[in-house]
Design a binder for this molecule. Structure first.
Ligand code: GLU
Ligand code: MG
Length: 430
């Protein structure tokens, strides 16, 4: 095998992949042994600053424990040029660490199964903006815009297929140079790993082509936003139990009600940078009202029954959580989604009514009589005790303290910098 580098790492608490590389000659040994790592590194923000109140400081050591099956390889002239292998963050003796996002997701999946017998399947859609392409003829959803983006999408597809999975769709989206790549439904842990690998494949393939791909939620105030739409379905054994007669069955209704009830903490773990909230515009299909609607793209959760089969069931039904974005750590975002839904099932919450209008077009009295509230529209409004307490319930005190220090650090930077200056910097990172 040719000599190249193998990177071991994963998303830290700001959704940024960080880790270390070793020469490929050391690959097998390091996959078995892992690598040392610095606890505070999971809190370095998008502007490369450590939160002043991060709980770790300069002391301590953790370990990057590789997951060899979650990896991609970039090639040059058909020979391996760079590997990315995902990892878990563990204690230095290899045992689980309370601040590891991937471990938190595994616990949430297990708790959902143990408490309710339910399992989730998840498929994520990633929107991104590509600069460097000829976007003059970017006609939304057209083959011409598709062809302009195809060399990038083909490279990504090759990388993913060599890694053992594929993408579901590649779409020329609405904005100039905006595209979307959607994954296939799978269990939440694989969906999260594949998300990290897919985003890195897109970033790396774009840079190999002299392009730049950005997943920043709002690259500029004038541009269409980039969302991450999370399709999820609830399964009991082999049966998709999400939709029942075009709306929601008992457990799925309670799960959905749980998401709406916990909209604020869920948001804090899903749209996490100050830039995220600039995307929260009504009538831009983000879904900024805390409600759910049948096939409604202006609700926080769209219910998508898809085709009914001959027995009257909806085997391909899903719900689509629409407000999240790529600044989130995807493991924590899915942990929050499962925890909020599970809380709803445990409390036996009633299935919400479908909202069949665009809430932004209703007059304020009608909206309030229907109990429709807008999501919190800034990071500051989410950094309050009631929201932190719920995050603490879901993630435990150590991970919550580290996570909140990151969000406070972001909020502090947002006070010091105007939107455009910040967007310019974050555009490079995300
Ligand atoms: N770009 C929109 C967003 O920010 C979504 C458009 C769509 O439905 O694909 O979420
Ligand atoms: Mg889209």
């Amino acid at each position: 095998m040719s000599e190249h580098f193998c990177f071991i790492g994963n998303q830290e608490l700001n959704g940024i992949v960080r880790g270390r590389s070793v020469p490929s000659a050391r690959r097998e040994a390091v996959l078995a042994s892992g690598l040392p790592w610095v606890p505070a590194n999971i809190t370095i923000g998008a502007l490369n600053t450590l939160p002043p109140d991060n709980p770790f400081g300069p002391i301590g050591e953790i370990r990057l424990v590789p997951i060899p099956e979650a990896s991609i390889t970039f090639t040059r002239d058909k020979t391996p040029a760079y590997d990315i292998v995902l990892c878990e963050f563990a204690q230095s003796d290899g045992s689980t660490w309370t601040c590891c996002p991937r471990t938190a997701l595994k616990r949430a999946i297990a708790d959902l199964k143990e408490t309710t017998g339910l399992a989730l399947k998840v498929a994520l859609e990633h929107e991104f903006t590509v600069t460097g392409l000829d976007t003059l003829d970017h006609i939304a959803f057209s083959p011409s815009a598709g062809r302009v983006g195809a060399p990038l999408a083909e490279r990504v597809l090759t990388i993913l297929e060599e890694a053992g999975f594929t993408l579901d769709q590649f779409v020329a989206e609405y904005g100039p140079g905006q595209y979307e790549i959607a994954g296939q439904p799978t269990d939440p842990l694989a969906a999260a790993d594949r998300t990290v690998l897919t985003l890195e494949a897109i970033r790396g393939a774009a840079s190999d082509l002299g392009l730049h791909a950005s997943f920043l939620p709002k690259p500029s105030q004038k541009q269409v936003g980039n969302g991450v739409h999370v399709h999820f379905s609830l399964w009991r054994g082999d049966e998709n139990v999400t939709v029942d007669s075009e709306w929601l069955s008992g457990d799925a209704g309670a799960f959905l009600a749980g998401l709406l009830e916990a909209a604020a903490p869920l948001t804090l773990l899903s749209t996490t940078s100050p830039n995220s909230f600039a995307r929260y515009k009504p009538q831009s299909w983000v879904g900024t009202y805390i409600c759910a609607g049948l096939r409604n793209r202006e609700t926080m959760v769209r219910v998508v029954p898809r085709q009914q089969d001959a027995t009257g069931a909806y085997p391909a039904a899903s719900m689509e959580y629409r407000t999240s974005d790529a600044t989130a750590n995807v493991y924590l975002m899915l942990t929050a989604l499962i925890r909020a839904g599970l809380d709803g099932v445990k409390a036996g919450l009633a299935s919400p009514q479908s909202v069949d209008q665009d809430p932004a077009t209703l007059d304020p009295e009608t909206r309030s009589s229907m109990g429709l509230h807008h999501l919190p529209s800034s990071l500051d409004t989410l950094l309050v005790d009631s929201v932190s307490a719920r995050v603490d319930d879901w993630l435990g005190p150590e991970l919550t303290a580290a996570y909140l220090s990151c969000r406070r650090n972001d909020a502090r930077h947002a006070e010091e910098m105007d939107f455009d200056a910040m967007a310019q910097k974050l555009n490079v990172v995300f």
